[in-house]
Design a protein around this ligand. Structure first.
Ligand SMILES: [Zn+2]
Ligand SMILES: [Zn+2]
Ligand SMILES: [Zn+2]
Length: 504
């Protein structure tokens, strides 16, 4: 692995993990303990908020070792416990006796005797021998020059005060870090109960760990005191509530989406959140401007909701546990093409306030738009998508793009379009095979292309030929339609009707 890439990876790791990595092989050790790695260590340390800078007398790896490891720094015994913060060192009980000395046993020069605790770090009456040795050496080098001695004493006082201040910050950061660690472990433990595997597309419409994390009762379980142990009982209780929590989340978000719809007597008449299933109802993601419908909107790309801030220990823990900002209706607005979508349903001679998506799909109609000698034939939802994109782009540009004149396809056009669509299907499938539209039923990794999910299933030794091992993400299935262009009769070329693909 190139050094730059290794260092870049380390910048995103916890310093503890960088340390473990550095100790895992000679090659890693050489790179990570070298001077070139200093900035990577520093960036990694920034991942733990609240830590004071590395003390000048320590290297970054030594500092990370002091903060996050448990070994005795003298004999390497694995459970040395908490460090002697004042000494910036960690020892086991036995080595503690060998590396520290009682203050009264130190033969200090007379000038330093009365101010010993101001020029040396003292912990429960004992001092760190390396510190004492250094002090004596430096003091002796001053050779009775009383002015130099004054300056030296002042310098030592400042150093000791600074060390004490940074020690308090370190202790706070370490206790925060421990708190975060405990919460991360709990989040991961709960997380493993949230998504039962194997999954299918319906699971995508359920809250993720990031969404659960925003629920008060869930948060309470994660934020209970550090020493509260999670038992099997905790999870049994949690699993018993899970169904209700999922339903409540879905119902709440559905009703809040329904409230976004324009207040219209027809809409009000439609029953509750059933209104979301109407064919004309679609939303716009204000970040990526995808047209979204219910319930697919609940499975919308988490990256559109952004990253969590790190302004609390809880959010830090969420970030370490891989959560992002929870799903939020604030990301969405009703598609600005709402009225035009209503019109498309009317063109199909249906009541827009009664017709659901399901009805439209069952009807198998097409809408057309004539452009010179060509006629574009689209499915109802492709036409709406076109309207949506035009409306979204229209609001970004000063001059609106001309609106197409839609009409319902005639029987003759419909049958020609079906033939062209059939011919297009194979090419479409090939094209979409390269897109990351697929989900693995056995894990919750992101999206895969058709080829890579096959390889993934093979390496994970799942039944590769089992059709339930993989499923199409709703974003993918929505895109797997083309639209076709028919040439006006009389102008038909030998190649027949052209097939085009509509990609956003
Ligand atoms: Zn030891
Ligand atoms: Zn989006
Ligand atoms: Zn998998």
């Amino acid at each position: 692995m190139p050094i730059d890439i290794l260092l870049d990876i380390c910048r995103h790791l916890h310093p503890k993990d960088v340390l473990v990595l550095a100790r895992s092989s000679k090659a890693f050790r050489e790179i990570l303990m070298s001077h070139t790695a200093t900035s990577a260590w520093r960036d990694s340390r920034d991942n733990v908020p609240g830590l004071p800078d590395c003390p000048t007398h320590m290297s970054e790896p030594a500092y990370a070792d002091l903060l996050f490891m448990k070994y005795c720094q003298s004999c390497l015994q694995p459970h040395a416990g908490t460090p002697f913060w004042d000494f910036h060192a960690r020892y086991c009980k036995r080595c503690e006796a060998d590396t520290t000395i009682s203050l009264v046993d130190i033969k200090l020069p007379p000038r330093l005797l009365s101010i010993a605790s101001e020029v040396l770090n003292v912990n429960e009456g004992r001092c760190h021998i390396p510190h004492v040795v250094k002090l004596m050496h430096e003091w002796n080098s001053l050779q009775e020059d009383s002015e130099a001695q004054d300056r030296y004493i002042e310098m030592r006082r400042t150093t000791i005060q600074d060390m004490k201040k940074s020690v308090r910050k370190m202790q706070q950061a370490i206790s925060d870090n421990k708190r975060v660690d405990v919460m991360v472990d709990r989040l991961l433990a709960f997380g493993s109960h949230i998504t039962s595997l194997p999954r299918d597309a319906s699971k995508l419409y359920q809250p993720t760990l990031s969404d659960f994390a925003a629920m008060p009762e869930f948060r309470q379980d994660i934020e209970c005191p550090n020493d509260t142990k999670l038992t099997e009982d905790t999870f049994v209780k949690f699993r018993a509530q899970l169904h209700n929590m999922i339903q409540r989340w879905q119902r709440y978000n559905a009703s809040i989406l329904a409230l976004k719809l324009p207040v219209d007597e027809h809409i009000l008449k439609a029953q509750g959140t059933g209104v979301l299933l109407l064919a004309m109802v679609c939303f716009d993601c204000t970040r990526c401007h995808q047209l979204l419908r219910f319930p697919e909107i609940l499975a919308h790309d988490p990256s559109c909701f952004g990253q969590l801030t790190r302004d609390s220990l809880y959010k830090q823990a969420l970030t370490w546990a891989g959560c992002c900002a929870p799903w939020s209706e604030q990301r969405f607005r009703v598609s600005p093409s709402f009225k035009r979508c209503e019109e498309i349903i009317r063109i199909c001679r249906l009541d827009p306030f009664k017709t659901t998506r399901h009805d439209m799909d069952a009807l198998d109609v097409r809408v057309c738009c004539d452009e010179g000698d060509l006629t574009r034939v689209l499915t109802w939802d492709k036409a709406m998508e076109e309207e949506h994109q035009r409306a979204v782009k229209g609001s970004a540009h000063a001059t609106p793009v001309a609106a197409p004149q839609w009409r319902r396809a005639t029987e003759a056009e419909l049958s020609r379009a079906r033939k062209a669509e059939l011919a297009a299907a194979r090419r479409l499938r090939k094209m979409h095979a390269l897109q990351p539209y697929w989900c693995c039923a056995h894990c919750t990794h992101g999206l895969w292309s058709a080829g890579s999910i096959r390889a993934h299933l093979r390496t994970e030794v799942y039944a590769n030929d089992d059709p339930t091992s993989l499923f199409l993400h709703p974003d993918g299935s929505r895109k797997m339609h083309g639209h076709v262009i028919l040439e006006k009769p009389g102008f038909e070329t030998e190649a027949g009707d052209r097939i085009e693909f509509w990609e956003w």
